[in-house]
Design a protein around this ligand. Sequence first.
Ligand code: GCU
Length: 730
Amino acid sequence: MIRLNRYLRNATNQYDKISIMNIRFLLLIFIYILIGPASFATDPLTSEGDDGYRLWLKYEPVTELSVKAEYIKYATFIGQSGKGEILQSASSELQTGFQKLLGKNVPVTESPGKRSGGIVFKLIPGTANDRQDEGYQVQLSGGNIVVSSKSENGILYGAFALLRHMQMQLPVKNLNLASNPKVRYRMLNHWDNTDGTIERGYAGSSLWKWYELPERVDPRYQDYARANASLGINGTVLNNVNASARFMSQEYIVKVAAVANVMRKYGIKTYLSVYFAAPKTLGGLTTSDPLDPQVRAWWKEKVTQIYKEIPDFGGFLVKANSEGEPGPQDYGRTHADGANMLAEAFKPYDGIVIWRAFVYKADPKEDRFKAAYEEFVPLDGKFDPKVIVQVKNGPIDFQPREPFSPLFGNMPKTPLGIEFQITQEYLGFASHAVYEAPIFKECLESDTYVNGKGSTVANVVDGSLHSYSRTLMAGVANTGSDRNWTGHPLAQANWYAFGRLSWDHQLSSEQIAREWTELTLTRNQKARESIVGLMLRSREIYVDYNTPLGLSRPWMGVHFAPEPWQNKGARPDWTAVYYHRADSVGLGFNRTESGSNALVQYRPQVQQQWNNPDKTPLPYLLWFHHVGWDKKLSTGRILWEELCTRLYTGADSVSWMQQQWDLAKSSLDPQIYTDVAQRLKIQHREAIWWRNAWVLYLQTFAKQPVPKGFEPPKQTLEEVKKSVNIYLMR
Ligand code: GCU
């Protein structure tokens, strides 16, 4: 070709030039036919650098030639077997996937007949509304790959499972992908406000552009829906739990309907958070008392109005009488009264009411740990069957490590859903790499012992322990308008992990990390191993420099800057000192019988694990005990030394994370490599900052030097205190 170009430049005769150009054109066509279109399908994202937009749905061309040849055998048609819009989404995703993976344009047919060599959907007639209906099977049969399910959702999930399989270049011989979801409602909770801000969001502003809706529907909503459906997520709550009443206005309902129209095509139902006092503030009534007939009528009418616009509306999520939000207790009623009133409004429809158990009163003498249990356990059996009570994984608030909430297992007559936080409110925002699957798994695998050994939180949540049919897992979303969705590129893995675990809580953290890394970052095995290693250790490293030995830090403010000295707040439980209880004797919150006795909310077997400071596993020690500075621990070190050891090794280990990332450099897209490498630098600097803040502050109580082998902080406590201003913005 080069020689031909040179010849063309030298050609003087006009006819010579034309015929040479023809030859060049023919040559190009010939090469194109020979190699196949896939080799020419340059993706603009890969040629310009990967901006992370495509998440785990990249569909990079298959490079294993024998595998590619196998796949191509089934790439002659897609037998959609019906017209349903979710089936259409499944077909179009397969078309996109095949185009990118194999360079093949695969036509869709609604009636495949007896043809072979394609992907065929098979809807099995069956009962509706069972979570098993969303399960799928993908198998070889009659020369086709057959995706079967009892529901359109199941077909879509099967199609995504097949594409995941093909992205990983796995063989199709003996193909058998079969899976049923363990939980029925698998959903994201967005804490997004009408003005585009996101409470505890660190990836830009809200995805939902309320000012444009309903006329303009951002194409990004569809990519959001695709990403969720690929994991099996089937619900989304669009707005903040600290809800604006505006979402109940007709103006907003039609905006929500426009988003719901996109979600529906991907089997996702749309939900809204509600402001409990809306009948008064929006409806102009004199009260929002749940037992008032006018209030009940207002909600019924409201729900009817919503269903007119959104026929498959999912339901309401409610934060009531919590952190200043209104609720039924404002009228002397219970949470059950409030929830049941709303459930009544949903009677004619499929929708549900999700009532949050995140409550705690301003009581200086009490332990916030105990609040949700005390308020909700007495209400067991009093909720309408359409109500699910949504419980945060731990008793306080999404700490880097928390014991499981004692509510799990203690409300056998009430379906309890679990709420995890994907957004990194307490986990370093979008600057720290913390892979969260181990946090989710740790809670799900905890044994409550309510029905004897093996009564895990997962068994409570998936309904197998108390036979709940309405089961739910929710994750507070970490998505935003940043081009890569989650700010930190590695935070995509947390969205992915939540989704995969909400479908199947038995998957391991490692398996999910491996899968995500391969789909999203690199196919190079060595590179993958070092990234997976980094991910799997990241949570423990974070805990070590941030909240070692069971410290917690849910104090008010931005929830990130280190401020263990903070002792002023509107309420005692909104200060730092309330939680760590550092004094001249020691550190930690005594929750045993001699303290707040929160431990009594657990079964005796669980109490036994945690009620003796000599036997409590070190990760939970300061959650339950006030431990003397000189107390010798199982490691052979005294408390002060152990704290310092963890704070220092934690901060140092971030350099190890940097090395692991660098090992993968040559196999990574340069744009993603650089982005993460730079964020790891911030993480390293801030880990040292956290370490110094704890060491210098706690030293004022422990009155001991930094142990030998560790270099004392170069800053003074006063200097560290000033440096938190960058996060506090004051
Ligand atoms: C935390 C968080 C709040 C949020 C609340 C909730 O306290 O900091 O921003 O509103 O949890 O879950 O309701």
